[in-house]
Design a protein around this ligand. Structure first.
Ligand SMILES: [Zn+2]
Length: 178
């Protein structure tokens, strides 16, 4: 049996977005990231729930908004050493809820349009999944020093050979002195 706190901590999947705007609903809740199939396919592993802190509201110009942030951790392939690297992912967003393209075009540029269906329903999980996907790094790597990548043929822990190569900026500086 699911405990009460667990049920409350889960972000609802499908919501009446227009109604939630009228009551200025806020959520501080998680999505089980293993259930987000597009995210699961885009990364090696999902190692944390997607934590969402979001609020529905109407701004002073009467735009219907979904604002907030989400964060999670995923395992991706380091593009330098091809080993696994755990990447923290965080996204902040200001989404404008619209019914159609015409409304989307009328939104101020600072809001990203998100379409609700004709009944004002929104797949909240899918919207949050999009935000996480957009925040994934194009070129994931370990932090400097943690990476196992070694230059082929180079001796570890020495950069002497690199230092002896002419620096192109030094060459330019000498040319300018003449
Ligand atoms: Zn690496």
């Amino acid at each position: 049996m699911m405990s009460r706190t667990m049920a409350e901590a889960q972000l609802p999947k499908r919501v009446d977005a227009i109604k939630l705007v009228t009551v200025s609903q806020q959520f501080n809740a998680d999505i089980d990231s293993k259930q987000l199939t597009r995210l699961s396919e885009a990364v090696e592993d999902c190692v944390a729930p997607v934590h969402c802190e979001i609020r529905f509201e109407r701004d002073q110009e009467k735009h219907r908004l979904l604002q907030g942030s989400c964060n999670t951790s995923v395992v991706m392939i380091c593009q330098r050493c091809l080993g696994n690297v755990t990447i923290p992912v965080e996204s902040s967003f200001q989404l404008g809820l619209v019914f159609d393209d015409d409304q989307a075009k009328q939104l101020p540029k600072r809001f990203e349009p998100v379409e609700v269906d004709e009944n004002g329903q929104l797949d909240l999980w899918s919207v949050m999944e999009d935000e996480v996907l957009l925040a994934l790094p194009m070129f994931p790597t370990h932090p400097e020093g943690d990476c196992q990548f070694k230059q082929p043929g180079s001796k570890p822990e020495t950069t002497d050979s690199d230092d002896k190569r002419p620096n192109p900026f030094d060459v330019l500086a000498k040319l300018k002195q003449k």
